[in-house]
Design a protein around this ligand. Sequence first.
Ligand SMILES: Nc1ncnc2c1ncn2[C@@H]1O[C@H](COP(=O)(O)OP(=O)(O)O)[C@@H](O)[C@H]1O
Ligand SMILES: [Mg+2]
Length: 218
Amino acid sequence: MISVTGLSRGYRDGAAVVDVLRGVDLSVAAGEWVAIVGRSGSGKSTLLHVLGGLDSGFLGQVSVAQTALQGLSDGALARFRNEKVGFVFQSFHLVQGLSALDNVALPEFFGEGGAGREARAKEALSRVGLGDKAGRLPSQLSGGERQRVAIARALFARPPVLLCDEPTGNLDAQTAEEIVGVFQDLHRQGLTIVAVTHEQRLMGAAQRVVTLREGRLS
Ligand SMILES: Nc1ncnc2c1ncn2[C@@H]1O[C@H](COP(=O)(O)OP(=O)(O)O)[C@@H](O)[C@H]1O
Ligand SMILES: [Mg+2]
């Protein structure tokens, strides 16, 4: 599902160039669940952004869900992001004035709307166990429920791959456990999951843990 070969990414820092990723190789099978760990600043978010088509300034071969990302146009990258990957962040980024359902369907907020949009949002909320709370505002939900809404939003377009950047980073231990349970359900449903994390529970639940160190994965 994911194939990365010789991925390098550097940033310009004044006159110098800082090489963050220096030849990352990674292969993730369809339906696999991989955790990425590494110290702060080791490039985990940078790697996730490349995998999610949010960053095109890299060198190397990156293929995700049968899409080769190197050299894609901005339009093609936008389509890739809309169809192939869902993103979950540490912060939930929910719109306070919108219901859970409208937050989930936000990717199509300016689209045609209609029954299909609502049905798909409800399906996504059911997948994270929130089928009965579609009408709630974020302020009427617990922290764990808010993160579940954010996960449902990432699933709205039914992507095959879920990319998560420290998805339990803002949650207490018990709530983190609740979110790990959601990922376990999604994994059982066949989703491919790549999750950057510091959290022991999330690492333990993944099938494989890889470490980013000195710009490479091991
Ligand atoms: N847009 C950017 N411009 C310049 N440097 C960046 C940018 N994004 C990240 N970096 C640098 O790249 C390194 C890795 O960052 P990041 O991928 O966020 O690490 P992690 O997620 O593992 O903490 C850090 O030194 C960070 O300062
Ligand atoms: Mg990070």
